[in-house]
Design a protein around this ligand. Sequence first.
Ligand code: ATP
Length: 294
Amino acid sequence: MNPLIISHLDKSFKKKQVLKDISFVLEGPHIYGLLGRNGSGKSTLFNLINNRLTPDRGQVLLDGKPVLEDDDGLEQLFLANHTTLMRKDEKGKVKKYIRLANQFYPDFDQELCEHLIRVFDLNVNTRIDKLSTGYQTIFNIILALCVPASFIFLDEPTLGLDANHREIFYKELLTTFAKRPRTFIISTHLIDELAQIMDQVILLDQGQIKLADSVENLLAHSYALTGNQEDIEAFMSNYHVIGSERIGNQFTVYIYDTKELTDLPDTIQKSPIDLQRVFIELTTTRGGLDYHEA
Ligand SMILES: Nc1ncnc2c1ncn2[C@@H]1O[C@H](COP(=O)(O)OP(=O)(O)OP(=O)(O)O)[C@@H](O)[C@H]1O
């Protein structure tokens, strides 16, 4: 599978710059999590990559060619989101749109589609504009898992889904990923849940890529140091601190650094942190110690 190269994308709406010089590479097969706070530009980025919006600068390349100028390239990309699939003037039944997807994509996975309709208990005789929010999401998910694209973008695929349906989604995603490896790029705010599924993470912060790494690397290089404030402050200046916290007289700093931690004094305890904590610390501006380069 050739990588999809996102190169120097800029996007402004009127005078407001929403995405600034976005570059990264999507390799396959992987499950990427695109994480970012509200308004950080995730949906805009998905829309630019999938030709639903035009960038002010930059391009998206597959096999060395800009995908927007290449129909074969564009067919390798699929975006499921909440605004584009559900147009207000669409009034047919769910089964009509599934039939259309089947006609449009000769390699549409009809067997998987029928299985997903069953496990999600989607009534295909419901008019598409009458689906509940959760079932609109389910319909989007079903199409996304069944199309034969190589890069599948899911913009908040858990929106409106109850806990049972989210569990079904994660399970079915992993099953189809194992059977037919391809690349999924999933934006979500449910970091703890997606942490069990994704193997790569891209962090978007205020319109810029703050980090792109494997989940394994990110967690291996992130940890908390807890103890006496003076000892910690004397020790941590060599490391990349992403946040700090005081509870009573316990002082904690959060570190994200590829350098090995050496000569840790006995008065300081090191403990692992989870992806959600890394995300919060990397995307919070509280001033003070919060973010300094070693
Ligand atoms: N069509 C548009 N016209 C003007 N501004 C827009 C448009 N689309 C997005 N924006 C602005 O761009 C910024 C990024 O929005 P975007 O929806 O991409 O963020 P997001 O990370 O997906 O947010 P959320 O997590 O809240 O869904 C926001 O400030 C939003 O108001």
